[in-house]
Design a protein around this ligand. Structure first.
Ligand code: PXP
Length: 257
């Protein structure tokens, strides 16, 4: 039986903006990248407006929202300034992420337990504006329960620790981290929360994680933009789509065995 849940690919175009900002001009344009990614099979576009504006800028968000016809996923820290921008932009979805100025990338999941009292009204305000709220969290049962208490309809599991272990060839750690993701995804489904995943994924890890039927969306950026340097963005997105489809099929085979 085919897996009824198609796995969506959200393409994160932050690092097209990183490259643009390295020279301070207008190219490469993240909007052009978004349109190309959609043409190549992306189901949505993800962009992170960081507090320090190191890649995506306010006007990029506005242009993306005005132009793309697929869902826009606005990654943001839970700050008043970002809330104002999100309420004006009205993206399809907002993924709340922790943010530290000194980090190179989002290093861990949100503190959904300690941050409950702040995050709950924050998420409600976005939801009232019609924005689908997602919380970027560690693949841990307690974090999912805390996300449920906050009332988030969606969580995104941070796959960074697993991907790093897989890339470093630490098989034991990779197996442990994958098991955490697997049980977190199952727990999210049991709690009625839609489950996404992302961070550090490449063709191999995307194929493997696609076998988890509870996960319905992957958000992938850095690796796709890196591959684009060599094979072009359209080809990189198509290859990623094929890897995800191949991984999804693995579920069908093992289910029917
Ligand atoms: N999902 C979230 C919530 C993120 O913060 C990021 C990084 O911006 C990604 C997905 C994509 O991670 P990567 O660029 O490593 O593919």
């Amino acid at each position: 039986m085919p897996n009824p849940r198609r796995l969506r690919l959200g393409v994160n175009i932050d690092h097209v903006a990183t490259l643009r900002n390295a020279r301070g001009g207008a190219v490469p344009d993240p909007l052009r990248a978004a349109l190309l990614a959609i043409e190549a099979g992306a189901d949505g576009i993800t962009a992170h407006l960081r507090e320090d504006r190191r890649h995506i800028r306010d006007e990029d968000m506005a242009r993306l929202k005005a132009t793309i016809f697929k869902p826009l996923n606005f990654e943001m820290a839970a700050t008043d300034q970002m809330l104002d921008i999100a309420l004006k932009t009205k993206p399809h979805a907002a993924c709340l992420v922790p943010e530290k100025r000194t980090e190179r990338t989002t290093e861990g999941g949100l503190d959904v337990i300690g941050g409950h009292d702040y995050l709950k009204p924050f998420a409600s305000e976005l939801a009232r504006a019609g924005v689908r709220v997602s919380l970027f969290i560690e693949p841990a049962i307690e974090a999912i329960d805390a996300a449920a208490e906050i009332g988030a309809p969606v969580i995104e599991l941070h796959t960074g620790a697993w991907c790093n272990a897989a890339i470093e060839g630490d098989a034991a750690k990779a197996a442990r981290e994958f098991a955490r993701i697997e049980s977190a995804a199952a727990h999210a489904e049991a709690r009625g929360i839609e489950c996404h995943a992302g961070h550090g994924l490449d063709f191999d890890t995307a194929r493997i994680i696609s076998a988890l039927p509870q996960i319905v969306e992957l958000n992938i950026g850095h690796f796709l933009v890196s591959e684009a340097v060599f094979i072009g963005l359209g080809a990189a997105v198509e290859k990623m789509r094929a890897a995800m489809d191949a991984g999804r099929t693995c579920v069908v085979r093992s289910d029917s065995d």
